[in-house]
Design a protein around this ligand. Structure first.
Ligand code: ADP
Length: 292
């Protein structure tokens, strides 16, 4: 439904933020996962028609996005990374105002829509409160409410859960997954669990390039039998990093747990583990950095 072909972007300072990106994104939730600086926001802003790429093409259904940005904007809901301004007016009044800007001129229709969105995003009880006083989670849900105005067919959400506490994040996930059933939702994030919890399809971007794509479960399955784990004293980590393909190191109860990728049993006290999306992500990052 959304087709991105050979998209490239070079900023005026010479940084190549996108390098020949091609992706076919079907209906449902799509996760774009990558570390900071990978080019996610550049891609999201380009898809949202806020900046023109230096090369390539984008089609959404029958719309050629680069030659007809207005055609896309009518179908687009966008939640930017930083919403920026949180004025001292209430969520209800702000949403009503944004609905007018979206062209919903019938007052009664608009009131109904605003009420429905406030209920859907669980903000109805705080609708009279000024946005300036909203918590991080409430702001994100307001961001979704405004992105849903005008019945969008493509919803772009850039780094939505950064700064949310676990409960807020969970609530936000549930909201997104309800929306994602009938439209294309693209979720850009550096948080692996966001993608693991929500997305039927995903891609990993590193250094402006798509280095892996597919269904999360199939990608996890593709690593079966190749992830090994060992618990170590912190002092032994550096030595293991030198000797094995370590993809992650984390602390657990004051000791270090390392995951390595290897085609056969490394011995040396390692045990096999069922990998998760984190293992897919970290091993992909490691491989693409080694190749760069
Ligand atoms: P991400 O969202 O994955 O963190 P970005 O798209 O923000 O990545 O950035 C990709 C690369 O482009 C980075 O190297 C960043 O420094 C650079 N970049 C982003 N915006 C600009 C800009 N306006 N001018 C110059 N370089 C930029």
């Amino acid at each position: 439904m959304l087709q991105i072909s050979n998209l490239s972007h070079v900023y005026a300072n010479g940084v190549q933020a996108l390098d020949n990106v091609s992706l076919d994104i079907p209906r449902g939730m799509f996760g774009l996962l990558g570390p900071n600086g990978a080019g996610k926001s550049t891609l999201m802003r380009t898809l949202a028609t806020l900046q023109k790429p230096t090369g390539g093409s984008i089609r959404f259904g029958t719309v050629d996005v680069l030659s007809d940005p207005m055609g896309l904007r009518q179908m687009l809901g966008y939640l930017p990374q930083e919403f920026g301004v949180y004025p001292r007016i209430s969520a209800e009044d702000m949403l009503d105002h944004l609905a007018v800007l979206k062209g919903i001129t019938n007052t009664r229709q608009r009131r109904e829509l605003v009420t429905e969105l406030l209920r859907q995003t669980n903000l109805y009880d705080v609708r009279k409160k000024a946005l300036a006083g909203y918590s991080g989670g409430m702001r994100q849900r307001f961001g979704i409410a405004q992105a849903l105005l005008g019945d969008p067919k493509l919803i772009i959400v850039d780094e939505p859960t950064a700064g949310l506490d676990p409960e807020e994040r969970n609530r936000f996930h549930n909201l997104l997954s309800e929306i994602g059933e009938n439209v294309v939702v693209i979720l850009s994030t550096h948080i692996v669990e966001d993608v693991a919890d929500l997305c039927q399809n995903m891609a990993i971007i590193v250094g402006g390039r798509i280095v892996a794509q597919g269904q999360p479960l199939a990608m996890i399955e593709g690593m079966r039998g190749r992830i090994w784990r060992k618990m170590l004293d912190k002092a032994a980590v550096a030595d293991h990093q030198a000797r094995y393909n370590v993809i992650s190191t984390r602390l657990f109860a004051g000791r270090s747990v390392v995951h390595v990728v290897a085609d056969s049993d490394p011995g040396d006290g390692f045990e096999p583990v069922t990998g998760g999306l984190e293992d897919v992500y970290f091993s992909t990052l490691r491989a693409s950095r080694a190749a760069a």
